[in-house]
Design a protein around this ligand. Structure first.
Ligand SMILES: NC(=O)c1ccc[n+]([C@@H]2O[C@H](COP(=O)([O-])OP(=O)(O)OC[C@H]3O[C@@H](n4cnc5c(N)ncnc54)[C@H](O)[C@@H]3O)[C@@H](O)[C@H]2O)c1
Length: 367
């Protein structure tokens, strides 16, 4: 970005935990962006965040949509309110950056895609870990065929959330506003990376449980098997019941190479070279090319730490969003991308409910 054009004028709807990260990103992007207005149903939250960034405060989203000095809106409310607010913002002619998940049902998510198609505006859905250097490098390596034919993957988010976390806001762990529990809220980042790397997911078999928390409607443990169109098989594990909270890990294997990303860092990478033997003697297991590919990986915000802090990855996605609008191109993460990740999540829940394999396309059991 050059700073030559006018600043993109932002409003934030939802001044809770992640609203603070969005405010920090917008402020960081000056002079290409400015924060004009913060809206929250709780007046003190809107006031405090607005005051910290020299913006106006409002107590309703409608106040945002009716102002013509706002170009783009960041939707940072509980997940079950994402689609209705995104559609309202698009219908008011605003661009939208909406937090993950795009909403809690596929029907609601598809309304966003329809509204974007009829609006002269752009939507991106936050999936900030796609912008981590490790994710970018691995995705590129897979596209270039460096891992060969992809065969399998293991995605595990082994985190801990206290009972206080769930008690702190009534929406957490509820079907209506969170859309589920550990998988849709914490695990969806890793689900999105998994399907971005492995391609079209076809069907899912899953089980879920709530074992370490009370007063939540949904799961704190989810385990699933996913079959991809390529034939590759994935294992998915997402929990907020792994005390004291371990790592988010994505392990991808092909017939010419393997890679592991752990807490946003590329901790293992091996791809056979033209001359190297990949005959399966396991000799390469001790060879790790990760440090050569990403020397001096910066220490990042650890998984599970305060998401209200400014994260590099959120900032990269903001930069992409602003540049996409300036350049009239698609953002790196589209509504369709977010729908695909949500479709996996809802298929997991449907499979856990019915005990059947569930196709990812429509979420109904295979008959
Ligand atoms: N990308 C990430 O890493 C990340 C991290 C945390 C949360 N999130 C997502 O961000 C969203 C919010 O999560 P949070 O932890 O910040 O929640 P939160 O409860 O801390 O904040 C939500 C805020 O929205 C306000 N609100 C609710 N409905 C509103 C409305 N109609 N108009 C105006 N304000 C409204 C609430 O008063 C609250 O202040 C969720 O969808 C969550 O999945 C993403």
């Amino acid at each position: 970005m050059t700073g030559m054009g006018p600043a993109m004028r932002f409003a934030i709807v939802g001044a809770g935990v992640i609203g603070r990260t969005h405010a920090a990103c917008i402020t960081e992007l000056a002079p290409d962006a400015s924060l004009v207005l913060v809206a929250d149903e709780v007046p003190g939250r809107a006031r405090d965040l607005a005051a910290a960034h020299g913006a106006d405060a409002a107590t309703s989203a409608e106040a945002v949509f009716s102002r013509d000095d706002i170009d783009a809106v960041a939707i940072c409310t509980p997940s079950g309110r994402h689609a209705e607010l995104t559609v309202a913002a698009l219908d008011a002619g605003k661009h939208v950056i909406v937090e993950k998940p795009v909403d809690v049902t596929l029907d609601a998510a598809r309304l966003v895609a329809v509204a974007e198609a009829r609006a002269a505006a752009t939507v991106t859905v936050v999936s900030q870990h796609r912008f981590d250097p490790s994710s970018q490098l691995l995705h590129r390596a897979i596209q270039q065929g460096r891992l060969g034919r992809l065969t399998s993957a293991v995605a595990s988010v082994a985190w801990w959330r206290s009972q206080d976390y769930y008690d702190s806001s009534g929406w957490r762990g509820s079907w209506a506003l969170d859309g589920g529990g550990a998988l849709i809220n914490q695990g969806i980042h890793t689900v999105d990376l998994l399907v971005w790397m492995l391609g079209e997911p076809v069907e899912v078999s899953a089980r879920t449980a709530c074992l370490a928390h009370q007063r939540i409607e949904a799961e704190d443990v989810a385990a699933a098997v996913i079959r991809f169109a390529s034939g590759a098989l994935g294992v998915l594990h997402a929990t907020t019941a792994a005390y004291p909270g371990l790592t988010a890990r994505l392990q991808i294997h092909g017939d010419r190479g393997s890679a592991v990303i752990e807490d946003d860092q590329l901790t293992y990478f091996y791809a056979a070279t033209e001359s190297a033997d990949s005959a399966g003697l396991n000799q390469a297991a001790g060879l790790n090319q990760a440090a050569d590919l990403l020397p001096g990986q910066a220490h990042k915000q650890a998984a599970g730490s305060d998401p209200g802090a400014l994260s590099d990855a959120h900032l990269y996605q903001y930069r992409d969003f602003v540049e996409a609008i300036q350049q009239g191109r698609r953002p790196a993460v589209t509504v369709d991308d977010a729908i695909r990740a949500l479709a996996v999540v809802t298929a997991v829940y449907e499979s856990a409910r019915t005990g059947e394999w569930v196709p990812v396309e429509n979420g109904r059991p295979i008959s």
